[in-house]
Design a protein around this ligand. Structure first.
Ligand code: NI
Length: 226
């Protein structure tokens, strides 16, 4: 399931992020790539322990905690500290699958990567190319969102970033371990939650709202690991 989460960051926050990122020190992006990915990866990143990455990463985590759509879609258990990348002209990232396990700087930051997240920090008109191309059973989805918007996709997906031919593409990327590891079960829960929200907004006193909410929570009880 691919989910777009609009407006994780507002215009002012994006502008602040960009000022901080444009003044930061960038390194070769292959520092976080596995053996196979390193062969097809060409970009720059902020080091994981850079003060700018830690500060902006914390701001993203705070923003995510306030997003009902994100919580409902991801059912997050543990979120990896957000990282930051930049693709300039000639940069890109060929087809790859993200590593199953990610170890951050601290021992407790080891997670199973169930969902991958890309938060766009450049407006689409600032650069050409640089689309996130995600494969699923329906084919390839080309994702290029407004600055401040985020896409969530299963970490099991083959994906790529198409070459940038003009301008710079700034983004934050990170992974999370979900309380519900199976994408099919998580998708059902998301669909059920959205349906209950629609029903309760439309007919707040409908007799099915409470029982359906019970079904939702009982499925989580059945499927969730903390
Ligand atoms: Ni990737």
């Amino acid at each position: 399931m691919l989910v777009r989460i609009p407006g994780i960051l507002g215009i002012d926050a994006v502008a602040h992020f960009r000022r901080r990122l444009e003044g930061a020190d960038w390194v070769d992006g292959r520092v976080t790539a596995g053996y196979e990915s390193a062969k097809v990866k060409r970009n720059t990143q902020l080091p994981e322990d850079s003060a700018v990455a830690l500060e902006l990463g914390d701001a993203i985590l705070t923003a995510l905690e306030g997003s009902k759509l994100f919580i409902s879609a991801a059912l997050p258990s543990r979120v990896f500290p957000p990282l930051f990348n930049r693709y300039g002209p000639g940069d890109g990232f060929g087809a790859h699958v993200d590593n199953a396990i990610r170890q951050g700087l601290e021992p407790e930051t080891r997670i199973r990567t169930d969902l991958s997240c890309t938060l766009f920090l450049s407006a689409p008109e600032e650069y050409d190319g640089g689309e996130l191309a995600i494969d699923d059973t329906y084919g390839t989805h080309h994702v290029k969102l407004a600055a401040g918007d985020m896409v969530l996709y299963p970490s099991t997906s083959l994906h790529a970033v198409t070459p940038v031919t003009r301008g710079f593409r700034y983004a934050s990327f990170f992974w999370l371990q979900s309380m519900v590891r199976d994408d099919g079960q998580r998708t059902l829960l998301f669909d059920l939650d959205r349906s209950i929200q629609l029903l309760s907004a439309d007919q707040p006193n409908h007799g099915s709202v409470v029982p359906l909410t019970g079904v939702y929570h009982n499925l989580i009880r059945r499927w969730a690991d903390l």
